[in-house]
Design a protein around this ligand. Structure first.
Ligand code: MN
Length: 284
């Protein structure tokens, strides 16, 4: 199932004919009150609403996808986790480009650990990325994004996929420079998720998916998640050893070689096999 959020945070299921508004299926699910849990309400309660969702999908009238504005498919992730240097070819290009490495030598992911992107940086593909500084290099990074479905702590890799809700495309937009990654990757609009979440039952294995991004029609990054150094299961094991993962938490799994600068007015087309494609604009 392809699960999206659209317009004023309506919950949708995407089919070949359009988007079905399934928000009503959540009408009997209690809404949390303050202090809010660190999990996303819709993701956490998706299974309990599933029967009602499927009834609406079977009988409802789809809205053409071109007529909706797609939001981030997770409204309130507890955290957005990033994996640095998780493809060998990206480590090689980073170590060869002083504008990327700023004097550091990248070796292995578990020498650096993970980083967090500010939740305030999150947008969907219906919104535009805004460049905050005209004098800094801003790069695209296309990544497989994992959305957690169940609370997870200290999970071994063998059972890690049991804790996944689904997968979407992630753009880990990045200011190049010497500051901490968590700072450079967290400007407003610098975390793009979309176009929807494909539930994990539709993805055979997350570590064998083609992914790519074009900028103004020109291919910039094209790889496959089989080249991840820490695959999805190992990343969940590694992250959940440090953090409790909550439903709706997002792990951006890292980017392959081919990162490069974007400029105002650019159009990015990102695709991942089994998920789909999304077009994201850089604001003029
Ligand atoms: Mn990245």
């Amino acid at each position: 199932m392809k699960v999206c959020l659209f317009n004023s945070h309506r919950i949708g299921v995407v089919s070949d004919t359009g988007v079905l508004d399934v928000t009503e299926a959540f009408s009997s699910v209690p809404r949390p009150s303050w202090p809010y849990p660190q999990s996303d309400w819709a993701i956490e309660n998706f299974e309990s609403a599933r029967v009602s969702i499927e009834q609406i999908v079977a009988t409802g009238a789809p809205i053409p996808i071109a007529n909706v504005q797609l939001r981030s498919p997770v409204a309130n992730p507890g955290k957005i986790i990033g994996a640095p240097i998780n493809y060998k070819d990206h480590i090689a290009e980073a170590n060869a480009d002083a504008q990327i490495n700023h004097g550091k030598t990248f070796t292995e992911l578990d020498k650096l650990g993970l980083f967090l992107k500010a939740n305030s940086s999150l947008i969907g593909c219906g919104d535009e990325v805004r460049i905050p500084f005209a004098d800094r290099r801003i790069d695209h990074e296309v990544e497989l994004a994992v959305v957690i479905g169940r609370k997870a702590k200290g999970v071994p890799r063998e059972s890690a996929l049991d804790y996944v809700f689904g997968y979407c495309i992630g753009l880990d937009m990045t200011v190049r420079g010497p500051e901490f990654p968590t700072f450079r990757k967290s400007p407003d609009t610098f975390s793009v998720l979309g176009p929807w979440i494909v539930t994990k039952d539709e993805i055979g294995h997350p570590d064998n998916l083609d992914l790519s991004i074009r900028v103004n029609g020109q291919m910039r990054q094209a790889s496959n998640t089989k080249y991840l150094i820490f695959g999805v299961q190992r990343l969940i094991e590694y992250a959940s050893a440090m953090y409790t993962l909550h439903p709706g938490d997002v792990i951006m799994t890292g980017t392959p070689a081919g990162v490069g600068p974007v400029a105002p007015g650019d159009v990015l087309d990102a695709s991942i096999a089994g998920i789909g494609s999304m077009q994201v604009r850089i604001a003029k």
